[in-house]
Write a protein of this length. Structure first.
Ligand code: SF4
Length: 371
């Protein structure tokens, strides 16, 4: 606890705020691409403390939020089938699809279970050989090694009644897409520490050089984030544009090589649609052909399913930083955590839920405000 407490120390945080506001000769625009960082920034008021020096834009860093509607609808279609046990992390259960969510499929008799690991789903498949067990493999590079391991083990064990609905996305192509957008305002990025703990940060180096933006690999505690911002502001003030690692206690330049190797053996890059953003070339992972027997989309024939994102949810504008959540007309009225219209209001990492909880806290209703 002592170790963590240092990263929440008010005196250290205050010194970093002073360093940033003193150093900035103009107001810079930075984007964090991590839902955990978004929640820390909003909950701790970091964006407000730094408002004169830095505008913080919340990027597409919540994996649940960027999962497109069509992938949710594929999950719902598979979960509703009679012989299926559909497994998922708990945060996907209330993400609305076109007609309902996974919780409602369960209420109608579907066998939807929350698991804590894809290996738990594989264990279920071995326990119920007469049923088809599907795991909803959502997430950035962080969760890909465990999902790759589950598929690898399933093949090794000869388990044929297990498959994964893959919705993996990767961060560097999303940063590139943001920088390529004609209306881009972002001048520097905080990259997610947990993603880089797996993948390292070599992929960010050509992006920083090509687009002349600092990219700081950053942790999740308030002091981590303030230090990451201070490093980005220092680079901007000095005209530098490099990848730097604030999160040295967890991240090495090449990441975790055995995990990267496993991911590369099981998955390959593919074009992937992002919710509200559209398809970003080579921004996702899919199973390699030799693992196609474990591809739930093929097994259940839902590959061709296409749907249109709902017009009244502005998730795409929120996820690309064009608006802040309260600027969506549905925020806090037609869209609340109890009755969400879009994933960013459901997910524990979503920007809309972060702002909603903050508003609730300010009204004195006891929201999830941390220490
Ligand atoms: S407040 Fe709700 S409707 Fe608006 S962008 Fe966020 S999730 Fe979508």
């Amino acid at each position: 606890m002592r170790y963590l407490a240092e990263y929440r120390d008010p005196a250290i945080a205050k010194a970093l705020i002073d360093r940033i506001t003193t150093r900035a000769t103009r107001r810079w625009t930075l984007m964090e691409v991590c839902g955990g960082q978004t929640h820390t920034i909003v909950r701790q008021g970091i964006d407000e403390f730094l408002d004169s020096a830095v505008e913080m834009i919340h990027g597409p860093g919540c994996p649940v939020c960027v999962t497109p509607l069509e992938q949710i609808d594929k999950a719902l279609a598979i979960a509703a089938q009679p012989n299926v046990i559909f497994t998922s992390f708990g945060d996907m259960l209330r993400v609305p699809g076109s007609d309902c969510d996974l919780q409602q499929v369960r209420a109608r008799g579907g066998d939807v279970k929350v698991v804590y690991s894809p290996l738990d789903a594989l264990a279920l498949a071995r326990k119920h050989p007469e049923r088809e067990v599907v795991f909803f493999a959502v997430g950035f590079e962080t969760t890909a090694p465990a999902n790759a391991m589950a598929v690898w083990r399933a093949r090794e064990l000869g388990v044929r009644n297990f498959s994964v609905l893959v919705s993996h996305v990767t961060v560097p192509p999303a940063i590139t897409a943001i920088l390529e957008a004609p209306d881009n305002r972002v001048q520097g990025f905080l990259a997610a520490g947990h993603v880089c703990a797996v993948m390292g940060y070599t992929e960010y180096e050509p992006i920083a050089a090509r687009y002349r933006v600092p990219i700081i690999v950053t942790g999740f505690e308030p002091v981590d984030i303030l230090e990451g911002i201070a490093m980005a502001v220092a680079q901007l003030e000095e005209g530098r544009h490099e990848v730097e690692n604030q999160y040295v206690r967890s991240v090495r330049r090449l990441g975790t090589e055995p995990a990267r190797a496993l991911v590369a053996q099981v998955f390959e890059l593919t074009d992937r649609p992002w919710r509200g953003i559209g398809t970003i070339p080579m921004s996702g992972l899919r199973l390699r052909d030799e693992f196609s027997a474990y591809d739930a989309e093929r097994k259940f024939g839902v590959e061709g399913l296409r749907v249109t994102e709902p017009a009244d949810c502005r998730a795409g504008d929120v996820l690309t930083g064009r608006i802040k959540p309260p600027q969506c007309t549905a925020f806090g009225t037609r869209c609340t955590p109890e009755h969400p219209l879009g994933a960013p209001m459901v997910s524990s990492e979503g920007a809309c839920s972060a702002y909603f909880n903050l508003a609730k806290y300010r009204r004195g209703e006891g929201a999830e405000v941390g220490a």
